[in-house]
Design a protein around this ligand. Structure first.
Ligand code: PMP
Length: 774
């Protein structure tokens, strides 16, 4: 999209009249290539000038900024030539000129510099590369002393705003290139915004591209076009120059490291600057590619718009073959600053060590497992520096290593950690805050260390209250890793290595699966039908029932969203025979479903016991059970309940911080809005790809069920696995679940953004198309 402040190309006649009336000069006129309206004026006396036009809408202070920069540089001692301002007859740096149609243009006239643009010069020698590095650094140091308010601006080439181009990435037709650009934008998104405040900022040229750098032999002699100058992290200057210097080279990083080394000698780079140089320069190449794609839809035959596109593509493809840390290390090679030192064991060695030392019953995700070294927000980073968008981790609910949570834990750990046999403010303050999220009469809190421990306790509470031992559970459910909970989890006892059948005290009710279950649909009728299945099982088993344990939405069961009315009817049956209703919110609680803080609230029911885990401590091992006064009293029969670590001051501080962040960052609302957005996008994919049988979800708890046939619903298990592996290779972490392992699980940290979702949808669309083709 071209901006309103740009004038259209003017005829030589108009330019001649402008020059005559405003400057009193005449000469030969030639429009210059590039996106701006620049004209070369060869004067009759042999002098060369450049006339720059802007629309009347272009803010004058921005145009004057360029003139002020040129004046500042003319007064400096830099060993470079720059254009100088030519004044109007009235002595102004800016001229206003009315065109025949009444439109007004603003004009500036500058001297035109001789010298060969970098792009037209022979391949750069090492001397030239070093000269560029040193002179760019001197330029940045000189510009740093110019403070100009007009420089606080942004434009489409502003590297700090590179992610503005992510939305238009869909216009890039080549899916392989699109994938690479997506990965590079993700690298930027995961690294740069977070570090911006650690980067030195000042005024920069902002467009040291291969047309603006002027060369003579082994020297950089000049720099033109300050039209994109702006206040920016200074490192962007170098990143932009490198993106062009590296074009078309066999070993671009070697050439780039020469420039970096020479730059560093003059203006020493910080470690963060060196670390961010690589994602920044890749983002510049990505910008070139996306802007070219955008422009193609405006004028596919434009003579100058696509000049760097092909070379940028090739360079980005070349760079994408190398891991980010390795590329960054090579760039920094000559500076003496060590970045990303190789630490720890390799993936292969770690695998062997794990086989030797860790129980073989633990599995590893992905065919080729990931070594993860860092987490931040919605991203995990492998040891090579690739970021992965984590769409599976509902534990790191408010984002990996959230600083507020980390700090709360660190501060409390440095002050006191003890157990619940002492009085301390944190315990009751946290219990009060947690209970306040729940409806009456849920008011008594037990704090433990895991979801399993919490579910175990919930069973004991129900037993103590009812004096009975039998439990109902939903088919496909998982409730924990203890002996009793494995016996109560059909996902386990009917799965690989399980007993193959239920213990006598366990009674399984059908999974309320509106897609492939015994009743289909998501309406009230289906909910009631499934609720009545609970009544049927109760009657059939004819056993004294202690309770019904159910996840509000089934996770391991395949991201199942029970139809409306289900829990209301099921609870009626359970309570009708004196049983207790236990709701396991371990996977889905704490605002994930968006509409409510707890997923059971979607169904308008109030359980007798609520079990919490995973997100409660954002990764710190915690679990909780909240119940009614009557049940808690029945349990207090004289035997003490004590969990050594449960409810310790550190856990309470962390739990409190998690609740703070959910509230302060509006994460429940984010889950609501982005969950809806995600679901809409996935429904769009379902319309295009028959392999998607069902898309279902609540907030940021989403399932995509893959099938081979829309009539038989034959599960597409191998395809689901292939899709997950494929997406992982492209930087997106997903997993499968459900009885047939054909459901793609989506339950990301709640800080995920719309841009992340757009990327997932783009890449998933391509990957699904690939599945068809395979
Ligand atoms: N309940 C549900 C619904 C779960 O998904 C899990 C863990 N996957 C648990 C309980 C057990 O929690 P933990 O692993 O913390 O013991």
């Amino acid at each position: 999209m071209e901006r309103m402040d740009r004038p259209v190309e003017q005829s030589p006649d108009v330019i001649r009249r402008l020059l005559d009336s405003q400057y009193g000069i005449s000469g030969d006129i030639k429009r210059l290539p590039g996106e701006n309206e620049n004209y070369r004026v060869l004067m009759d006396d042999g002098r060369n000038l450049i006339l720059k036009l802007a629309g009347v809408g272009a803010p004058g202070d921005m145009l004057l900024l360029e003139q002020r920069i040129l004046k500042h540089l003319a007064d400096s001692e830099l060993d470079l030539i720059f254009p100088t301002n030519v004044l109007t007859l009235k002595g102004d740096t800016l001229a206003k000129f009315t065109l025949e149609d009444g439109a007004v243009v603003q004009a500036r006239l500058q001297t035109f510099l001789a010298g060969t643009p970098w792009v037209e010069a022979p391949p750069a020698s090492n001397d030239l590369l070093r000269d560029l590095g040193a002179k760019l650094a001197h330029l940045d140091l000189t510009l740093a002393s110019l403070n100009d308010r007009a420089a606080t601006r942004s434009h489409r080439w502003d590297l700090m705003n590179a992610l503005q181009h992510r939305a238009a990435l869909i216009l890039v037709e080549d899916s392989n290139l699109r994938k690479i650009v997506d990965q590079m934008f993700q690298l930027y998104a995961a690294r740069v915004p977070d570090q911006i405040s650690n980067l030195p900022r000042s005024l920069i040229h902002g467009d040291a591209n291969n047309e603006n750098l002027l060369v003579e032999g082994d020297s950089l002699i000049g720099l033109v076009d300050f039209g994109d100058s702006l206040m920016n992290p200074v490192i962007c200057e170098l990143a932009i120059a490198l993106a062009y210097v590296m074009l078309g080279l066999e070993d671009p990083l070697v050439a780039a490291s020469e420039v970096v080394r020479a730059y560093h000698k003059v203006r020493p780079l910080t470690q963060t600057e060196l670390e961010l140089l690589y994602p920044l320069l890749c983002a510049r190449l990505c910008t070139t590619i996306v802007v070219a794609a955008e422009r193609r839809s405006i004028d596919p035959d434009h003579p100058t718009w696509f000049v760097t596109e092909q070379a940028a593509k090739s360079l980005l493809e070349q760079l994408s073959l190398m891991a980010p840390h390795e590329a960054a290390r090579r760039l920094a090679a000559g500076t003496g600053i060590v970045i990303y030192p190789v630490q720890g064991l390799s993936v292969d060695v770690l695998r062997e060590e794990r086989q030797r030392l860790i129980s073989p019953s633990l599995s590893l995700a992905y065919t080729s497992p990931l070594k993860i070294v860092r987490g931040e927000g919605q991203y995990l980073f492998d040891e090579q520096g690739w970021p992965y968008l984590d769409l599976v981790n509902n534990v790191c609910h408010v984002g990996h290593c959230h600083p507020t949570v980390v700090e709360a834990g660190q501060q409390q750990m440095a002050k006191l950690n003890t157990n619940t046999r002492y009085l301390y403010d944190g315990l009751t303050a946290y219990a009060e805050r947690l209970c306040a999220t729940l409806p009456d009469p849920l008011e008594v809190c037990f704090l433990v260390n895991s979801g399993s421990e919490a579910n175990e306790l919930a069973l004991r509470l129900a037993e103590a209250y009812t004096g009975r031992k039998d439990f109902l559970v939903i088919d496909g459910a998982y409730h924990g890793n203890t002996g009793r909970l494995v016996d109560l989890s059909p996902y386990k006892f009917l799965g690989k290595g399980g007993k193959g059948g239920a213990e006598s005290w366990v009674h399984v009710v059908p999974m309320p699966d509106g897609y492939r279950g015994i009743h289909r649909g998501y309406g009230q009728e289906t909910g009631i039908a499934y609720g009545d299945e609970v009544g049927r099982v109760i009657s059939a088993c004819n056993a004294p029932l202690a309770g019904f344990m159910a996840e509000s939405l089934l996770g391991c069961g395949g991201q199942i969203i029970p139809p409306v009315g289900y829990f209301e009817r099921a609870f009626e049956h359970v309570r009708g025979v004196g049983g207790v209703c236990i709701i396991d919110e371990v996977q889905v609680g704490f605002g994930r479903v968006g509409t409510h803080f707890w997923a059971f609230e979607r169904y308008g029911v109030v359980p007798d016991i609520v079990v919490m885990g995973k997100p409660i401590g954002n990764g710190h091992p915690m679990g909780a059970v909240v119940t009614t006064r009557a049940i808690a009293d029945a349990f207090a029969n004289g035997m003490e309940f004590f969990s050594t670590f449960g409810g310790n001051p550190v856990s309470c501080a962390i739990g409190m911080a998690v609740l703070d962040v959910i509230q302060e960052q509006g994460l429940q609302q984010n889950a609501l809005e982005l969950g809806q957005y995600f679901l809409e996008g996935l429904h769009g994919l379902k319309a295009q790809h028959d392999i998607i049988g069902d898309v279902r979800g609540a907030g940021l708890f989403i399932g995509v069920e893959l099938i081979r046939d829309r009539d038989t619903l034959e599960p597409a298990t191998t395809e689901a696995k292939r899709l997950v592996e494929h997406m992982k290779a492209e930087g997106i972490l997903l997993s499968t679940d459900g009885p047939f392992h054909n459901v793609i699980k989506i339950k990301p940290p709640m800080v995920i953004t719309r841009e992340d979702i757009d990327m997932v949808l783009r890449l998933m669309g391509d990957a699904l198309a690939g599945l068809h083709a395979a």
